[in-house]
Design a binder for this molecule. Structure first.
Ligand code: PEP
Ligand code: MN
Length: 340
């Protein structure tokens, strides 16, 4: 970090800052400019308390240089990570191949899950999504099938070879969801649930971490850091849109996060254009844009009968639309040097 002193501060004030820096077991390098003095602090200061320096007399501000997320950062891990997701079809997020995870918003029954799973598999998906525990704004609406839904997911995953992705909403669900699923999904509403992040960090299942709908990139990467620092390095970031004043979309899908994440972190990032737009007609275009922007995969809601879907029908594409879209996506993937 750099400690910027106020204009006209005294020698004793600079000496005091230098003394504190040394007490923190860090090195100092004082640069006296024509207008201001700055104290460059040398060493890993991420776990030191900046407030101590910020509150000293004569200090204007303290500017951090190292990212606070240590293990998720590209500074400490320059190579991009590829995270195997399980299943027998070789689903991996990150690396040369773009990973397609598709399926219904919610598991509604066994036969619909089977039908959708085979359809998306036929068109190149390697992952199957489907919520068994659903975070609903309205407590009177369908909350998911719970463990029965997990059983269907595990059975269909086994039959098709697709890696099963499903949401875990609370600490007391972690063991049961981990028993049936290949990948644990942390939903947008839980990105700030630090105890849950630590709990999934203690499992050996890969985690898809969705960005909180009002979280900054810094908060998103720190949430990933919670999981990794708890012992689980297999984190896949997922952008699903943020809240904005726009009302022609359900959420505003911020694809600029893809190059930002690539610069800041080695973790793969996938895009959920279904929650990200709220409208099925927008989904193919946002999938094309995601791949062009360098995303490592897509998490998409597909339903064989969107009109009668129990949740999120308006943003679910049909298996036919999924098939057509995949052909377009293959061309885009090739153009940007990826495979699909
Ligand atoms: C979902 O994937 O169906 C879901 C509820 O996602 P999010 O947490 O992004 O809203
Ligand atoms: Mn949904």
């Amino acid at each position: 970090m750099i400690v910027v002193m106020r204009e006209g501060c005294g020698r004793e004030e600079v000496d005091h800052v230098v003394g504190l820096v040394r007490k923190m077991n860090l090195k100092d390098h004082v640069i006296v400019g024509t207008e201001r003095t700055v104290v460059a602090v040398i060493g890993d200061d991420r776990f030191k308390d900046r407030n101590v320096l910020e509150s000293c007399a004569g200090v204007d501000r303290v500017v951090p240089i190292l990212a606070p997320y240590k293990i998720a950062s590209r500074q400490t891990h320059p190579e991009p990570s590829a995270i195997p997701l399980g299943g027998s079809l070789g689903a991996v997020a990150g690396g040369g191949k773009i990973c397609m995870i598709a399926g219904p918003c919610s598991v509604e029954d066994r036969s619909m899950l089977l039908e959708i799973a085979y359809a998306v598999k036929q068109h190149g998906a390697t992952g199957l999504r489907g919520g068994a525990f659903k975070p609903r704004t309205d407590p009177y609406q369908f909350q998911g099938l719970g463990e029965k839904g997990l059983e269907y997911l595990a059975e269909v995953g086994e039959q098709t070879g697709l890696a099963v992705v499903t949401e875990v909403m609370s600490i007391d669900q972690v063991l049961i969801v981990a028993k049936y699923a290949d990948v644990l999904q942390i939903g947008t509403r839980n990105m700030h649930n630090f105890n849950l992040l630590m709990a999934v960090g203690k499992t050996n299942k890969p985690v898809i971490l969705k960005r909180g709908w009002s979280a900054t990139l810094n908060e998103f990467l720190l949430a990933a850091e919670y999981i990794i620092s708890s012992g689980n390095p297999n984190v896949v970031l997922c952008e699903r849109g943020i809240r904005s004043s726009e009302d022609y979309v359900r959420n505003t899908l911020t694809l600029a996060i893809v190059p930002a994440v690539k610069r800041e972190s080695h973790l793969p990032i996938i895009i959920d254009p279904s929650q990200g737009t709220g409208h099925s007609y927008m989904v193919p275009a946002m999938c094309r844009a995601s791949i062009a922007a360098g995303a490592d995969g897509l998490l998409i809601e597909v339903h064989h009968d969107p009109e009668h879907a129990m949740t999120d029908g308006a943003q679910s594409i049909t298996p036919e639309a999924y098939g057509t879209m995949m052909q377009e996506l293959r061309a885009i993937a090739r153009a940007v040097g990826r495979e699909l």
